[in-house]
Design a protein around this ligand. Structure first.
Ligand code: ADP
Ligand code: ASP
Ligand code: MG
Length: 407
């Protein structure tokens, strides 16, 4: 007998028929004698609908109230799935995040899980119940409902698996695993049998939304056995997230390609080249809680330099406003922004031991006439910022150049 945590995303619980389908799968695991904790998302589209509703009332909604509102999406599905299980004769009990007591910090709309009370869940499991937990939500020390950021049900699933020391955490979604890139963009994308935590972490942070990045962090930290699978298929091994040394040496150099349309670029032109400039530019940005991604500064030839960095598209105006405020003080000539950029990244642990990866990437983009605006690298990834309209083309040609298609 194993303890298994299963998480089902929005499309997997999009309507009553699919909820019944989930219940049937859970019932099969129960019939094999396993204990099952199920985490569900809201029905697909519900979270977006609730956010839009809030914005109709208040354009920039109060975060506490927004969390009260959007957490209701998951409250609907836990009850529906529990009913579907009962209808199959399976004992089930639903829990909101607060009822479990998934304790988070107080950062509304992007809270972090601090601690999970396992007592209620253990008691119900031992009494033969399937425990159905609302994903994406928790409660802070003061009792306020919080949410974990978009895609946060993945993190609920993995965090519960870690807290309960589950034998496996299964993430059921609308694709049958993690692919070399988003199969919606590249139909030739190939499912990976396994991917290392490190690579998955990069893929998630660089824009592949198949797993929320924090869920991967949790899985790595607490050594959760994590698998991504299809909720629409009866069989299939999905993709296992592994530790590198479990893998054989046949690793391809590049495992996948990620992309992100959410970034915008800020450039400060004609900055005097002197110590402290980076701090004077990025200090106020950090103070305003704006996350900065790629940063580039030219080496000055004539005493001045240009300083460019990327932020989330939603924060471009705020960042520009801040910099225009300090422009005179810094002595910069101009501050400009652009939101028509996208970031495309290749990821693979094989980069550590292979040369020529960057040059193949750059040559491939050059052959398509795609201009690279910014480059950033780490040991296992290379990212480029390019004009957004070339993003899909870039992903497709890179996928081919690195021979990632189905053999
Ligand atoms: P869920 O609602 O189940 O959480 P998501 O929409 O959040 O599902 O994530 C699944 C989607 O992630 C897929 O439908 C796919 O379009 C997208 N995706 C992006 N990159 C990848 C990738 N490398 N492999 C698989 N799916 C990916
Ligand atoms: N329902 C939430 C969202 O749409 C959480 C999730 O689906 O993981 O972001
Ligand atoms: Mg998701």
């Amino acid at each position: 007998m194993a303890l298994i945590v299963q998480k089902y995303g929005g499309t997997s619980v999009a309507n009553p028929e699919r909820i019944r389908n989930v219940a049937r799968r859970v019932a099969r695991f129960r019939a094999l004698g396993h204990q099952v904790v199920v985490v569900v998302s809201a029905m697909s589209g519900e979270t977006n609908k609730l956010i839009a509703l809030a914005k109709e009332i208040m354009p920039d909604p109060d975060p506490r109230e927004l969390d009260v509102l959007v957490s209701t999406g998951e409250q609907v599905t836990i009850a529906l799935l529990s009913l579907a299980l009962m209808d199959l004769g399976v004992k089930a009990k639903s829990y909101t995040g607060a009822q479990v007591r998934i304790l988070t910090d107080a950062a509304h709309t992007k809270a972090r899980i601090l601690q999970i009370d396992e007592d209620n869940i253990r008691r119900d499991l031992n009494a033969g119940n399937v425990v159905v937990v609302a994903g994406f939500q928790g409660v802070d020390e003061a009792g306020n409902i919080t949410t974990l950021g978009r895609g946060g049900s993945d993190t609920t699933g993995v965090a519960l698996a870690a807290a309960l020391k589950a034998d496996e955490c299964q993430i059921y979604t609308d694709v049958d695993g993690v692919y070399t890139t988003d199969p919606r963009i590249v139909p030739e994308a190939r499912r990976l049998k396994s991917i290392t935590f490190e690579e998955m972490l990069e893929m998630a942070s660089l824009g592949s939304k198949v797993l929320q990045i924090r869920s991967v962090e949790f899985a790595g930290k607490y050594k959760v056995k994590l698998r991504v699978l299809s909720s629409f298929e009866e069989e299939g091994e999905g993709t296992l997230i592994t530790f590198e040394d479990e893998n054989n040496m046949e690793q391809p150099v590049i495992s996948g390609i990620a992309f992100n349309r959410d970034e915008a670029k800020v450039t400060v032109l004609g900055v005097p080249d002197r110590p402290g400039i980076a701090y004077q530019i990025l200090g106020p940005i950090a103070d305003a809680n704006i996350d900065v991604d790629i940063i580039i500064q030219n080496v000055a030839a004539d005493g001045t330099t240009d300083f460019t960095f990327t932020v989330h598209k939603n924060e471009l105006q705020k960042a520009l406003g801040i910099l225009k405020g300090v422009q005179a003080h810094i002595g910069a000539r101009e501050v400009v922004g652009a939101d028509n950029i996208a970031k495309v990244s290749i990821v693979g642990v094989g980069m550590r031991s292979h040369v020529g990866i960057a040059s193949l990437m750059f040559r491939t983009l050059a052959e398509e006439g795609i201009n690279i605006q910014m480059i950033s690298t780490s040991e296992i990834k290379i990212s480029v910022a390019i004009e957004e309209k070339y993003m899909e083309l870039a992903v497709r040609v890179l996928h081919k150049a690195f021979e990632l298609e189905e053999a």
